[in-house]
Design a protein around this ligand. Sequence first.
Ligand SMILES: Cc1ncc(COP(=O)(O)O)c(C=O)c1O
Length: 308
Amino acid sequence: MTAATTDIAAFFQQSNQVKCETIDLLGVEVTVVREDLNHPVVQGNKLRKLKYNLIGAWEHKAKTILTFGGAYSNHLVATAFAAQQLGFDSIGVVRGDELENNQAIWSETLYQCQQYGMQLVFVSRTEYRLKQQGPTVKTLLEQTSDLFVVPEGGSNAAAVKGMAELLADLPEVISDISHLICPVGTGGTLAGLIKGVHDQSWHCKVYGVAVLKGLQSVKSDINQWLGEQESTVNWQILPDFHCGGYAKSTPELESFAIAFKQKHGFSLDKIYNSKSFYALAQLIKNGVITDKDKPVIIHTGGLQGGVF
Ligand SMILES: Cc1ncc(COP(=O)(O)O)c(C=O)c1O
């Protein structure tokens, strides 16, 4: 029995209480939006990206949520937990068939998904790329009635709508923002911020820090989700801070994240926020952002994925 939409709305209300703090980063006052504090499991951008996806699932009278992710996916564990809380069953299609029947090599993330009741289905990397067109998922779609598919990373128009609400929820004291910064994986978070800036009629620059190489499809997805709204906003993806690619790092990135925690007292996850905060520090070092600016950076959570 799934929860009513009001219960779903109540679950996601937790995202309305936005916490912000100001830090001094290399002489520039930076506002950090601490979305990492919004929920212990459905953390950061996940709480916002899942909101309208799960409301959509309820409206479609779905019983089961099916979604996709890698062995360390923040999205997978957030979906497993939210689905369980709201009375849905969940299926996670996981990249890597070597994980099947070999729990010894499972990540903590996969154990958590299982603990939250998610059925895990492992597929080869080749099949994973096919998503809903892959034979395993096609069969599941045929066999399981009332199934609602949420894409990889939860990114779609529903996620963009949820993410855009963050800007309306910011405390009023945060105004005249010059730059808004977030990490970019599948692009839904950045697209949501662009939509939010458009909806609020702000004039700031929006920077998405790519955490992986090769972003052509991300740009076209963002254009598709946003339509004409994207052309009214000054946004760009910064491609030079992936530090070798997805989940890769450099000694400089690691030292930055460790020193950041020591100085400011909160952690940055390895995969996303270490890179976006590091990029912001580089923009300050290079004089692109100065002490005349009012940059705001979104801490998107992801701490279950680990810190340096
Ligand atoms: C913690 C965290 N931050 C940022 C991102 C990037 O978000 P998006 O995939 O919407 O670009 C992700 C991935 O989904 C994430 O888990």
